[in-house]
Design a protein around this ligand. Structure first.
Ligand SMILES: [Zn+2]
Length: 70
């Protein structure tokens, strides 16, 4: 009984490790606003200079993704 429990536990651990390894690392925040050719310095820890730019760029990315699928 004990062995089976240990085995299940080990497999769980292994699967968790594998999941961590396979997970894509998030891209580091960009120092310059990613919205088109905005060119402003980003807010610390973000990819954009302001919430408006973030929304604009997310809309653009979404539109592009849809174009790829279609
Ligand atoms: Zn911007």
């Amino acid at each position: 009984m004990c062995d089976i429990a240990d085995e299940a536990f080990e497999r769980e651990e292994w699967e968790r490790e594998l999941a961590l390894k396979n997970r894509k690392k998030p891209e580091p925040p960009s120092a310059v606003c990613r919205n088109g050719d905005c060119g402003e310095a980003s807010q610390p820890g973000t990819n954009y200079c302001c919430p408006e730019c973030r929304e604009d760029d997310e809309k653009w990315v979404r539109a592009n993704q849809q174009r790829k699928v279609a």
